[in-house]
Design a binder for this molecule. Structure first.
Ligand code: ADP
Length: 649
């Protein structure tokens, strides 16, 4: 693996970690922290001000025993560390001495006697609980005597005592027995209060128009469970289960919460066992695998709230939903390292771990890739991108290198050509100038034989002058062309005039050198929109080249004819010709096939580039046919613009 790929993997990894870290922070740290409030670690102040015991019992009822409560049970300890809820032992089976005699009378069927004795015992006893028991058994005897109304009245009084908060647990047990007994009485009597009584007990709540709270904070949890199960049975027997379905659901939740609390109380009978638990931190409590404990303090009480694993799943549910996808999985571990949420089967290495937020600080969240090779894939994908980018860059470098080389090469060539040009210009200017000077000097000195010779000399001077002028004209045109200063004066021009002017400029030269020149004009021809002088320059250059690049037996032809939307000027010679490559280059500035100073012909390699420039400015075309040793044909096509025959010349 190359260092680049390794680095890339690290970079990809870091990028992914950053993205998921931000998301996970929100969903597994901030969100659970905000969920902490549902566990009421700071109950409203007024609760702690409520009468002793009630507030805590109410807390259990509100937070643990209601169907939508977030606790599944609760242990409450007083300041001495003793368990105050759930109350686990009750003396229900204890028989007060003074009640043995009346109970025996009751068994024998001496019900009146029994009632009398129960009443007497109730009056005489010091024990509130014994009094309650005596009254309850009296009610039982009244029922047996079919004195229903009296029995119900007494049982109701016992079932809803005036001061339930101050009651001890033994007495609360009797109250609960009274309630179950009352339910039986109501049922038999088909009393309209039957339903309300069941509802109040099952729900452990008062309805708007009902008197007396059913709360019995000191009742032992087992007795409450017994009472609720009894009430559910009675409701079902009486066919009220459907009508009381919400209350039964509520009761079942309470039964469950009481049951969980009893079970947890066996593990933590006092606060000693709780000392090792940190406060305000959710911890799995052994040996139950589905229950978690949350220890916190409320005034002088220590509380261990019981939380179900389902509840914890709910806290992390949103995070699981948001972060998990086909690629990424999440596992949430509790303080014992057991998986609370996420795929239990995954055993790979997570790329991100963090402590959950709030009271779930002992929980660890691990974010991992379902497919471990994802980094490698990502990195190799990235590496592939790099390789291709590298290849592309290399290609680009090579290409630009080639272009640069070409440009530099052209530049070098251009410089060489320019140098040649300077040499050529000097040479080309010097040649006519020096020959003119010799001729003029000869004439001045009178060293000529006859008038005829003098005239001949003057003609030679005139020719050299003409050559020089043409050369200078070309230089000037080129210079203007280069500086983009060449302005054309476009008018309607007759192609014949153009041809005649050009031929006129070279006529003497052709005649003097015995050129076999032939001009063919295929009339009629349309007018062309052109700069006449410029087009004359084009033809002069082409004709001059035809002259220059032909050997002794010069045959030159100029044809002017009409093509499809064009007027064509074709200059043909029987000269040295050019190869294809030479043809291509001939139009470049300063290009000359033979650039040696010893070449026979004059010129600066500008003629054809000027031709090209002018023709293009007229939106025309140049077509060249040339063959080395056989000759060349340069055809210039200038758009006629209007092929209307009326305008023909
Ligand atoms: P120059 O001033 O050298 O004539 P041109 O631009 O007119 O410059 O021509 C460029 C070159 O093209 C010439 O040097 C010559 O080698 C070649 N060339 C131009 N016309 C002809 C032709 N009719 N026959 C053969 N070669 C030609």
């Amino acid at each position: 693996m190359t260092q680049a790929v390794r680095n890339e993997r690290l970079a990809v990894r870091q990028k992914l970690i950053d993205v998921y870290n931000e998301k996970a922070q929100q969903l597994f740290v901030e969100l659970p922290d905000s969920y902490s409030s549902r566990f009421y670690l700071n109950p409203p102040e007024e609760w702690s001000k409520t009468q002793n015991g009630f507030s805590l019992y109410a807390m259990f009822e509100l937070f643990a025993a209601v169907p939508n409560g977030h606790y599944e049970g609760m242990l409450i300890y007083d300041s001495s560390g003793a368990l105050v809820y759930p109350i686990v032992d009750s003396n229900i089976n204890q028989w007060p001495e003074e009640l043995i005699e009346p109970f025996q009378q009751e068994l024998k069927g001496n019900l009146r006697k029994a009632i009398e004795q129960y009443e007497k015992a109730a009056e005489q006893t010091q024990s509130e609980t014994t009094r309650y028991k005596a009254r309850l058994w009296e009610a039982r005897c009244l029922d047996k005597l079919d004195r229903k109304k009296e029995a119900v009245a007494l049982a109701y009084k016992l079932s809803y005592p005036a001061n339930p908060e101050g009651m001890d647990s033994e007495m609360a047990v009797v109250v609960i027995h009274s309630r179950v007994f009352l339910a039986g009485l109501y049922e038999k009597a088909d009393d309209e209060n039957f339903y309300y009584h069941l509802r109040r007990i099952l729900r452990n709540g008062r309805y708007n128009n009902e008197p007396d709270d059913p709360y019995l904070p000191s009742a032992p949890a087992e007795t409450i469970i017994w009472q609720l199960n009894k009430m559910i049975d009675i409701a079902q027997e009486a066919g009220l289960a459907e009508k009381l379905d919400r209350e039964i659901e509520y009761a079942k939740k309470r039964i469950n919460a009481h049951f969980n609390s009893i079970e947890a109380a066996e593990i933590y009978p006092d606060t000693e066992g709780l000392n090792k638990l940190p406060s305000r931190a959710v911890r799995r409590i052994e040996p139950r695998s589905d229950l978690y404990g949350l220890k916190f303090y409320l005034e002088d009480k220590t509380i261990l709230g019981l939380i179900s694993s389902e509840e914890i799943l709910e806290v992390f549910a949103e995070g699981m939903k948001e972060v998990q996808d086909d690629t990424v999985g999440v596992q949430v571990y509790d303080n014992l390292g057991q998986i609370v949420a996420g795929d239990v089967n995954f055993v790979g290495k997570p790329f991100l771990t963090m402590e959950a937020g709030g009271i779930f600080g002992d929980f660890e969240v691990a974010v991992y890739f379902r497919d471990n090779s994802v980094f490698e894939n990502a990195a190799s994908r990235q590496a592939a991108i790099y390789i291709w980018t590298g290849v592309l860059v290399a290609v680009l470098i090579l290409a630009s290198g080639a272009i640069a080389t070409q440009a530099i090469g052209r530049q070098i060539r251009l410089n060489r050509l320019k140098n040649n040009f300077i040499a050529t210009v000097t040479h080309e200017l010097k040649t006519p100038l020096s020959s003119m000077r010799v001729l003029v000097d000869t004439l001045l000195e009178g060293n000529y034989e006859s008038e005829k010779t003098a005239t001949e000399y003057l003609r030679l001077i005139s020719r050299e002058n003409e050559r020089l002028s043409r050369l200078i004209d070309n230089f000037l045109t080129f210079s203007r062309m280069e500086r983009n200063k060449q302005a054309f004066e476009i008018t309607a021009v007759s192609p014949i005039e153009v041809a005649n002017s050009a031929v006129g400029a070279l006529q003497a030269k052709f005649e003097n050198n015995g050129v076999d020149f032939n001009m063919e004009i295929a009339k009629p021809l349309p007018m062309i929109e052109a700069d006449k002088d410029a087009l004359v320059t084009v033809l002069v250059n082409l004709l001059d080249n035809a002259f220059k690049y032909t050997n002794e037996d010069k045959r030159i032809e100029l044809k002017v004819f009409r093509g499809n939307g064009f007027v064509c000027f074709a200059v043909k010679d029987n000269g040295i010709g050019m190869t294809r490559r030479q043809v291509k280059m001939a139009f470049d500035r300063f290009y000359q096939v033979d650039s040696s100073l010893s070449r026979r012909t004059e010129g600066a390699g500008l003629g054809l580039s000027i031709v090209k420039f002018i023709v293009e400015a007229h939106k025309g075309e140049i077509v060249v046919h040339s063959e080395p040793g056989k000759g060349s044909e340069f055809m210039v096509k200038i758009p006629s613009g209007n092929s209307n025959p009326e305008e023909r010349i």
